[in-house]
Design a protein around this ligand. Structure first.
Ligand code: MN
Length: 219
């Protein structure tokens, strides 16, 4: 059976560069944590109780210029610390990511107690910066600016579940694997993005993440 040729060429595995390393991180799955900062849970009117959801690996993007996502009139930015699990399924690197969210579609699904995929798991919904190898930072500023104006600011020390606690919690439900990325939740200040916006996200000690959206809204 394994000798049977593939019906088509599979898409390449997305990979992320690692600062000062010759190798790249191959992405397998993307776990995301919601409501992991009390102030953000409050601004969403949600309990400060972390929840989990996923995006497909192909949602990762390193592109500095993105098309504006379709089917939304309320695209939101969420800057997040990203954990990258290596060969032993332990944290081998970390970086800055943005959990792009079609808030209008997510809200519609929440109201129906339906899954969030159309709000969260769309193409190029997981911009990520260059990773830094080693332990993830557990304190330090996390911030995001749009067109040079700061919109989100917080401190990693305010995460409700720390990096290690997230791994423990996820491990109750999933066997964590090499290649897993974990977006660990966003601080307060989430808000809308428009076509043409320039986004700059940073976490103390990690390579920053910058991207922009095209001027056109395709729907
Ligand atoms: Mn998020």
């Amino acid at each position: 059976m394994t000798d049977t040729p593939l019906a088509f060429q599979p898409l390449p595995i997305p990979t992320v560069p690692i600062l000062d390393q010759l190798t790249r991180f191959p992405v397998g799955r993307i776990f995301c944590i919601g409501r992991n900062y009390a102030e953000h849970a409050k601004e969403m009117g949600s309990p400060a109780e972390p929840i989990f959801f996923m995006k497909p690996a192909g949602a990762v993007t390193l592109e500095p210029a993105l098309p504006f996502p379709p089917a939304t009139s309320d695209l939101h930015h969420e800057v997040e610390l990203v954990l990258a699990l290596g060969a032993d399924a332990r944290i081998m690197a970390s970086g800055v990511g943005v959990d792009l969210t079609r808030r209008d579609l997510q809200a519609r699904m929440k109201a129906k107690s339906a899954p969030w995929e159309i709000g969260k798991a769309f193409n190029q919904s997981a911009p990520i910066g260059t990773l830094r190898s080693g332990n993830a930072p557990n304190a330090g500023q996390i911030q995001l600016s749009v067109n040079g104006e700061q919109r989100q600011v917080g401190d990693l020390a305010d995460m409700i579940l720390s990096a290690d606690e997230i791994l423990d919690a996820l491990s109750r439900y999933f066997t964590l694997q090499p290649g897993d990325l974990i977006y660990t939740g966003t601080p307060a200040g989430v808000g809308p993005l428009q076509p043409g916006d320039q986004v700059s996200a940073s976490i103390a000690g990690l390579p920053s993440l910058d991207f922009s959206f095209s001027q056109d809204r395709d729907s």
